[in-house]
Design a protein around this ligand. Sequence first.
Ligand SMILES: [Zn+2]
Length: 210
Amino acid sequence: MLNVVDRQMRLALWLSASALLALCVWLGWQWWHGEDRSHEPLTWQVLAPPADLPMRPWNVIVLHHSASRHGTTASFDRDHKKRGWDGIGYHFLIGNGVDMPAGQVDPTFRWREQREGAHAGASLLSQPFNDLGIGICLVGQFDRDEPGAYQMQRLVRLCAVLIRHVPGLSAASIIGHRDVPGKETDCPGAHLDVERIRFLVREALLTEDG
Ligand SMILES: [Zn+2]
């Protein structure tokens, strides 16, 4: 009889220990990857800046890649502060599934506070693209790798929602960083086809809402 109780106790202990371990692993995973917002609906309701803040008269969307497989909003924020900027230079970051869930769209303080960007370049020619350009960065190295299908889907969706709600934007306003006059860069990489993104955004504008 004692033996049975003993065995049951041991089983209960073992089960609680396993449950505790599983909980720790799950919490660690959540902490490491941040909150997974990759399946949050991307709608204007989610993205709209505070209603009392005047919207900047945006007239262009500038696409970037991070030129790295790794990175999160927090890590780019740290890197860009080291360059002496006031924080991450982009308005939006889209994760690639390495350090940040694939397709997670993070609006940064620059979008939430309707601030100018620090993404187009430092020259006088680049300045209008910082002042009135929404900088969207996809984490990835697209000279080497293809962007992920879901990451692309979320980019198209993000552009379509912005275009629908920001008066100065259309699909033709989407450019790559390399298209900024005077900028010698191949950002957002050879595998990010901006013409195709414009095409997909036009399609989304015709078929989706939000
Ligand atoms: Zn760039």
